[in-house]
Ligand binder design. Sequence first.
Ligand code: SAH
Ligand code: SF4
Ligand code: F3S
Length: 445
Amino acid sequence: MALTEERTGKTYLILTYGCQMNENDSERLAGQLRDLGYAAAARPEDADVILLNTCCVRESAEKKVHGKIGELKRLKAANPNLIIGVAGCMAQKDKDKLFKRAPHIDLVLGTHNIHQLGESIAEIGRARGRVLAVWEQAERLAPGVPTVRKAGIAAWLPIMYGCNNFCTYCIVPYVRGRERSRPVDEVVAEAAELAAQGFREVTLLGQNVNSYGKDVPGHADFADLLAAVDKVAGIARIRYMTSHPRDMNDKVIAAVKAGRHVCEHFHLPIQAGNDAVLAAMNRGYTTADYRRLVAAIRAAVPACSLTTDIIVGFPGETEAMFADTLALMAEVRFDAAYTFLYSQRSGTPAAVMADQIPPAVKKERLKRLMDVQNDVSLALNRELVGAEVEVLVEGESKNDANKMMGRTRTNKIVIWDKTGREAPGDLATVAVTAAQTWVLKGRLI
Ligand code: SAH
Ligand code: SF4
Ligand code: F3S
């Protein structure tokens, strides 16, 4: 974008916690700083601006952030001109309470105010005071904010902001506001721009992508959007997250099946395998609905992978209810599951429900769940040994520069010995020779 910015000699560091949406927000924070003439700092000690882009979905995420804020006190003492900012979901939730808790913070920037970073920093410079920029709701869709993306082959592409679902355990609707969809043209234009920059894969982001467009009467829906992005030249793969099982439908399944570049991977968080728990969570579907959905997906796209999110220890979850979740996992056979201990979020309905589950019980259930899932993941991966899979080459393996890493369309990680013939961004064929729980090993063909 603006490549004319003057270098000020100043540098920044952004630390990101939380989900892909936050990672994309950080890219937009970085874009604004670049346009102000800041470069990325090599070390925290060198930075003129340090931003923490925060998450509050679980207590563990908040603890990490508070720990980091505490650590930064030392840097502020050494360099009083250092600007420390807290952005994102915790900023939105706690607002000026963050200043009270940590007086060395200069800026609190809410989730609806990401685009105001530049003016906020200018204001801190002028007034030498603190700035609180937290709107209660988005005044409009965030305008086109400059973006600095991590170099690579895959990019995040937000298609909508906010969430209207109010699952009873979840803080996200309170800190991200109501659903706002970006126009199809804007999403398609950004995808084309990404392709021109050399990105090969886009992940369409939203808390519930299946309700894309529903906030605007007569708007295109998510299936229409998938079809439109599928036509963007240069984009080899399209992913999306997250799908809500209640709103996933035959039209979207058909769009995935029909899309040449849309990957055969369905991430469908079920959260629990018991109907009473699902009802208490306000998820809006039953286990029977979910089973029907999985059957429809597997009938339409037989070679797909299926992943999920599960929360253990939701208030009132009995041993028998938890056993239903274990049984459903064994029955559905997910390729992978992201599993969480229920975390009480104040202000959410579940936080004040009776029968909160003791931590030790939650931990024990999580362990049993992971044991079941790991066995299934390994078994499914073993079924791929001997097969040839298409991978999008990402680069060298993190742990070994003699090995390369890529992902299948079903989002499985594949590692193989480097041959020198493969370059990041290539689509290559790999013969799978061995399987582990989380990765496949193979040989380039
Ligand atoms: N919008 C997405 C993701 C939201 S957060 C969705 O609906 O799937 C990602 C995951 O965090 C959720 O799927 C849920 O499994 C988990 N999560 C959310 N709130 C939580 C809480 N209070 N305690 C534990 N896990 C939680
Ligand atoms: Fe949270 Fe539910 Fe919205 Fe996902 S759909 S962000 S779990 S409220
Ligand atoms: Fe966390 Fe906010 Fe994402 S609470 S999970 S960073 S939407």
